[in-house]
Ligand binder design. Structure first.
Ligand SMILES: [Zn+2]
Ligand SMILES: [Zn+2]
Length: 473
């Protein structure tokens, strides 16, 4: 028997027996030092080998090590997606809670920082509200170690089964509210953690079954029902309700463009991206998002009131944008953090830069092309700004004593603004949504020129490419 066959045999025996004592005996009879079982599980990095072992009926997929960890917990913690998938296929219990400190596989996935594994655990039915021995949920554990992407995935989880309920006729219905073929693409949109409206329109565009008036109508109606369900369920989930409502609004806008405009969804993308002449600020997008929030049908929701209070006093074009406030409320993520966001679709980790101004980043050439029709008007002034900055680098002024009055004054002013917003709420009959009314929001958005981004100026550079040679003519 060669060594690897022997190791294999040991693993099978350890997996099939659960007491330490028995394992030790096996090691002794084989003249091996008993390693910690943890180490054995980790050896199972080889998915093929593990698959063979799992096909052996004597191997228990939910066996525990001396810390109460299952192989699934180990694989999740180590970030081994293939191994997790294999173990789940073999019936691993995703909610096993025998760990000495009450950790679950979902907690380990969150700690690993792997969003794909976190999603996999959720898809397999992981409970999000189980707590460990110090009373923390998986989302809180992930937040504690700074794995914010995993927190977002957990907080935005919506089970496919809950959506599929609508793919079956209920009660006296002759046909389901949602044709089954739409469930997959719609679920993908619901699960997106990038709520940029351009991104959502792109998700619609990439699925031919969704680019259809009847399909979009069914989808947004189901989203409205889900929104209602989130509000009316026992533990009201305002965050999820707002997300469902917001997606419904974007889908309705897609439908409107599909029906009325010749260039359909491309025209919607352009409207959402088009910057105003003065500073390139995408005001149609801002007004659209404010409008979505305003239309949230449950006036009494605390979340709605918070959103309105943060957005109403802000002049269009200033920070924070309605999108950043909404995204933070819905995904729990601050919009700045360490990542570069694509100027077109809002995807995180965009690593391409406009080679002319070097001021905007994109995730792909497609996104850069989509943005060029409006960016080209701002690109030159951004280049000039960049040159000015180099001449006269602004420094942060230190706060002197006599300036602290100014700080207090500003704080008072902001407080007053909030109070005024509340008064207006009361005057508007208690519905804060009235404050967000944007009388100038045109239903179809500004007209777009048909430049199509064909101009090949402003080609992409890698953002981390220090090479300053311009790549264009
Ligand atoms: Zn992009
Ligand atoms: Zn540029």
């Amino acid at each position: 028997m060669n060594l690897s066959a022997m190791t294999c045999a040991v693993i099978i025996m350890v997996w099939s027996l659960e007491t330490d004592m028995k394992c030790r005996k096996i090691y002794q009879t084989m003249n091996l030092q008993p390693p910690r079982k943890t180490a054995l599980y980790c050896r199972l990095g080889d998915v093929q080998e593990a698959a063979q072992l799992l096909d052996n009926n004597e191997v228990r997929v939910n066996c525990l090590d001396e810390y109460g960890m299952t192989p699934l917990m180990h694989a999740a913690y180590k970030g081994k997606a293939d191994m997790c998938r294999l173990l789940l296929q073999h019936g691993a219990d995703v909610n096993c809670n025998q760990h000495e400190y009450g950790y679950t596989a979902l907690m380990f996935a969150g700690l690993s920082g792997k969003t794909d594994i976190t999603s996999m655990m959720l898809d397999a039915g992981a409970e999000t509200d189980l707590v460990n021995s110090v009373g923390r949920t998986a989302a809180q554990m992930a937040a504690f170690v700074g794995q914010h992407d995993c927190v977002t995935v957990i907080n935005n989880f919506f089970s496919r089964a809950r959506l599929e309920y609508y793919t079956r006729p209920q009660g006296l219905e002759r046909e389901p509210k949602l044709p089954p073929r739409l469930a997959g693409p719609l679920h993908k949109i619901i699960m997106t953690t990038n709520l940029n409206p351009v991104k959502i329109v792109m998700l619609v565009k990439e699925n031919p079954v969704l680019v259809d008036a009847a399909a979009l109508e069914k989808c947004y109606q189901v989203m409205d029902l889900l929104c209602e369900q989130c509000v009316k369920q026992q533990d009201m989930n305002e965050v999820l309700a707002m997300k469902m409502h917001y997606i419904s609004c974007v889908l309705q806008k897609c439908l409107a463009f599909l029906q009325k405009r010749d260039d359909k969804l491309d025209a919607l993308v352009k409207s959402l991206l088009k910057g105003r002449d003065s500073d390139g600020f995408p005001q149609y997008q801002e007004k659209f998002i404010r409008d979505c929030i305003r239309k949230f049908p449950y006036c009494e929701a605390t979340l709605l009131q918070q959103l309105v209070r943060s957005i109403a006093p802000v002049e269009i074009g200033n920070d924070p944008t309605a999108f950043s406030v909404l995204a933070q409320a819905l995904t729990g993520q601050m919009a700045f953090v360490d990542a570069d966001y694509c100027a077109t679709c809002g995807d995180k980790g965009a690593d391409k830069r406009c080679s002319l101004c070097k001021a905007v980043t994109y995730c792909s050439l497609t996104c850069q092309k989509l943005h060029w029709f409006t960016h080209k008007r701002m690109c030159r002034s951004l280049q000039e700004q960049d040159a000015d900055l180099e001449k006269d680098t602004p420094r942060l002024k230190e706060l002197k004593d006599d300036e602290s009055d100014l700080v207090m004054e500003t704080a008072n002013f902001l407080q007053e603004l909030c109070l005024r917003a509340e008064e207006k709420v009361a005057a508007a009959g208690g519905c804060p949504a009235e404050l967000l009314a944007c009388p100038s929001t045109s239903a179809e958005g500004p007209s777009c020129n048909q430049d199509g981004g064909r101009n090949n100026r402003g080609v992409l550079n890698d953002a981390d490419d220090d090479d300053d040679v311009e790549r264009h003519g």
